[in-house]
Structure formats: C-alpha cells, structure tokens
Design a protein around this ligand. Structure first.
Ligand code: PLP
Length: 382
C-alpha cells in the first residue's frame, strides 16, 4: 500500500545511513523524540495500579481530542479493526445501512459491513469528490429507512475531507446511527464528536496521534450504547461492553498494547502542551503550504478544492513520469518517502502525508526534492 513496501530487500546505503528519513506517507507517521523514548519504557503489570493510572490519563486525553464526554475505548488492532468493531457492536444481521464512500477506505468499510451480512445501500461517489449533504439527505429520504450511516471523515486515498458536520443533522433527523471513520483526521482536523452527534468515531494510533501502529481508539455515544444492547451480530474480542466494564476498574479485558499506550500518553502530553487548536492550525498551514508548493511545481491536485484534506494531499502524476523510478530517487538521493496512489489510482497518482509530528520544514524538504526529481524526470521522458 505504501512506497516502502517496494523497497528492495537490502536498503540502499545512503538511505540506511540517514537517521531521519522524511517519512511523508499518511501513516505510520514519524514519532517525536518524547514518544520514541516512551516506547522504550519497561513493561508493567497490566492488572496493577500503574496501568490504571496510565489508562486513566490516556482516556481523559483522548476524550479531549475527540471532544467527547462519553466513553472512549481502546483495542489492540489497526484502524481497520476499529471499523469492524463499530459494525459488530452496533448492528444485527440484515440491518439496513447507508455507506457513503469517496475512495478506497470508505469502500473497505462498506465491504466489512457487507461481510457481516448488513443490507448495505452503497452511495459510491467519484474518487476526488466529497459527499454533498443535500444528496445524502435525498438518499436517506429515497432509500430509507436506515439503521445507520457509515462515512469517512478524511478519505486518505484521495485527500478529501467530507463535511461530516453538515451531514450530521440530516442523519440525526432520519434517526440513524452516525458512524464516522476518523482514522486519518482525529487529532489533526477538528471533529466535534458530541456536538455533531457522532455515535461511534474510530481512529488509529499511527496517524495524527504520532504513535506506532497497533491500537485503535473509538468513542461510544449513549445512543450507541443503546444500539449495542440490542445488536445481535456475533462479537467477542471487540465487545464494547467488556471493554467498558474493565475500563471502569482501570483495566482492559485482554492484554493491552502497553507500549503504544506509553507512546499515546507522551503524545497526548505534547498535544496538550502545544494546544489542540494550535495543532489543528499547524496542520492547516502545513497543508496549505504543501498544496501551494505542489501547484507551483506545475502539479495538479486530485481532490475537489473545496474539500482539500489537511492531513494528506493526492497529486496527479505528470503524464510520462516513471513513478517507481522517481520514488526510488526521492528515497535514495533525498531521504524523502512518499506514498503511491491506492488501487485504481496506483499508477496515476501519488500522495504526500502531512499529519502528526509534521513541521513546515518537512514539507519544504519534500517539495524541494520533488522539484529536483520531477524536473529531470519530465524532461527525460518528453
Ligand atoms: C489508515 C486508515 C484506516 C485504517 O487502516 P489500517 O491500516 O487498518 O490502520 C482506515 N480509514 C482511513 C481513512 C485511514 O486513513
């Protein structure tokens, strides 16, 4: 899925020697020094008082970022595990749901819903576009009633941020549960979980949270708890109820991802220190800089300009560019790692991640390297 998978078995010497590769993919993101230090901490008893304190601190910190006063649960899993958890805890076989998709991650969630036997109405929108609140309202009216609506807040494959806030009131009026994949937005792009009536929001440790991959965090609204009580899809490991019951006692039902929790504690302290509003602002400014710089290089951005993502930018590759060769040179000569396009955009687009521990200089460095590479790549190929 990401460029690093195409790396030859033995990494080239220069890249190997470079201690800080400018990892500009939309997750995993780079770890700030304080987080790297936290990851190296000694293990503790996950049924002891130190763990209870750790769980308490990260629960509160995560709730602040989610802007929720309700439950936030933690499961060892990548973001996709969180998406599956949301489905099995909210629905029963045959429940009718509306799945709004604008790219690969939305389509993945739609497939998960289908795999669990839900009756899915797939509102499949063009890649690069965003969901239109009026069109969603019309769809709910025409094809409903729906038990739930699944939507991606930030579509990482295309670099589009959906207007989740403006769609929220329509969904609530319709009476459906509102489930939001916020894996690549939460902590970088504002999402007011409670104020926007989001019933379950899902995120993942390796994106804006500046942590290693392996943990998913989800919010559960009071309405979602009511749905959980009636939902009959089989669930075991991902059962919200067990997670909540143990969390009240400062524990988790099964062995938690202690190392990632250390990382999250350190990352939340950094977010607190910077201030969440400033974190959002930094992401916006860095993203604007990336977009401006890419356009200055004569590159065309793939997303609807009214819905640009502040965490990832998708770019159309200039015709005739050998993307594979360009990526290798970016990595080996400049220490810059970008992400390829996904699925149908694999050979035609590339992506730059700018989320988490990202500063202006990181984006400038990537843009400079891209300019150097593409300048040559385009002249040789034309
Ligand atoms: C990264 C991501 C996911 C989850 O991917 P995992 O590889 O399972 O962590 C889901 N949705 C979006 C929008 C993402 O960016």
């Amino acid at each position: 899925m990401v460029a690093t998978l195409e790396r030859p078995a033995a990494a080239p010497k220069r890249a190997q020697q470079r201690r800080d590769v400018n990892l500009r993919i939309p997750g995993p993101t780079t770890l700030p020094p304080a987080v790297r230090k936290a990851v190296a901490e000694q293990m503790i008893n996950h049924r002891g008082p130190e763990f209870a304190a750790l769980l308490g601190e990260i629960t509160q910190g995560t709730q602040r970022v989610f802007a929720t006063s309700h439950d936030v649960l933690f499961f060892p899993a990548s973001g996709t595990g969180g998406l599956e958890a949301a489905i099995v805890n909210q629905f029963s076989p045959g429940d009718r749901v509306l799945s709004i998709t604008v790219g690969s991650f939305g389509e993945r969630w739609c497939e998960i819903a289908r795999a669990f036997g839900l009756d899915v109405d797939h509102m499949q929108l063009e890649w690069g576009s965003a969901a239109d609140p009026a069109a969603v309202a019309a769809r709910l009216e025409a094809n409903g009633p729906f038990r739930g609506v699944l939507i991606t807040h930030n579509e990482t494959s295309t670099g589009v941020t959906n207007p989740v806030d403006r769609i929220a009131s329509t969904v609530r009026r319709h009476g459906a549960l509102y489930l939001v994949d916020a894996v690549s937005s939460m902590g970088a792009i504002p999402l007011q979980t409670d104020a926007w009536n989001v019933d379950v929001a899902i995120t993942g440790s390796q994106k804006a949270w500046m942590c290693p991959p392996g943990m998913t965090m989800l919010s559960v609204s009071p309405r979602a708890w009511e749905a959980h009580a009636c939902a009959t899809l089989p669930r075991s490991y991902f059962d919200f109820g067990a997670a909540r019951d143990y969390q009240r006692r400062g524990q988790t039902p099964y062995t938690p991802a202690v190392g990632i929790m250390y990382a999250l504690r350190a990352a939340l302290r950094l977010i607190n220190k910077e201030g969440l509003e400033k974190v959002f602002r930094r992401h916006h400014l860095v993203a604007e800089r990336a977009r401006k710089g890419l356009r200055a290089l004569g590159l065309e951005l793939a997303a609807d300009c009214r819905h640009f993502s502040d965490t990832v930018t998708s770019v159309k590759a200039p015709p005739g560019t050998d993307l594979k060769a360009a990526f290798a040179r970016l990595r080996d000569e400049h220490g810059v790692v970008l992400a390829t396009g996904q699925e149908r955009w694999r050979d035609t687009h590339f992506r730059i991640g700018h989320l988490g521990h990202v500063r202006r200089a990181d984006v400038d460095h990537a843009l400079d390297a891209l300019g150097a590479i593409l300048g040559r790549a385009t002249t040789t190929s034309s």
